[in-house]
Design a protein around this ligand. Structure first.
Ligand code: ZN
Ligand code: ZN
Length: 165
């Protein structure tokens, strides 16, 4: 299993084996330790994020979204060109091939596990099927929590700045 995450200290993107080969794991950018990453798995399963550590994780296709959009865009473009040349059969063939490619990729591309809270991405996760798919409500809860946290932080900064005046 490996994990891609934002370092909690310096926010740089870090990739590591999980569990890491060197313990305690230190961020290659800021050299500060990320102790949570070295914590053992719960019965060999990843039940909580090794970074933040939230228990809200979701499964998604490990597929770059931009590539998916690009395939559809190229399909639409090519089919409109075919349509412009009055080749309806070719138009449908292109649209069909685009849809087919999407379906094939869906089955070929492996699943990855994502953390709602910190956005850490886990690959080659044991027992990944025990996790649910993306849930908008959970996502919203974390987003609002983050927003409140930010608000509280800026309020604290403001209060500090005021007291220093
Ligand atoms: Zn760092
Ligand atoms: Zn996390």
């Amino acid at each position: 299993m490996n994990v891609l995450f934002a370092c909690p200290h310096c926010s740089a993107t870090v990739r590591s084996e999980a569990p890491p080969q060197t313990r305690p794991f230190v961020c290659p950018h800021c050299a500060l330790p990320v102790p949570t990453l070295s914590e053992p798995l719960d019965q060999g399963q990843l039940n909580k994020c090794l970074i933040c550590p939230s228990t809200d994780l979701f499964v998604r296709k490990d597929f770059p979204q931009r590539l998916g959009v690009a395939i559809v865009a190229v399909g639409i473009l090519a089919s409109s060109v075919a349509w412009g040349f009055q080749r309806p059969l070719l138009t449908y063939a292109i649209l069909f091939a685009t849809a087919l490619l999407d379906v094939v990729l869906y089955f070929v591309v492996p699943n990855a596990l994502m953390c709602y809270r910190c956005g850490a991405q886990y690959r080659d996760v044991p027992g990944i099927d025990s996790h649910g798919a993306f849930d908008l409500e959970t996502h919203e809860r974390h987003r609002q929590h983050q927003a409140r946290l930010k608000q509280a932080q800026s309020a604290a900064h403001l209060a500090k700045a005021n007291s220093e005046l």
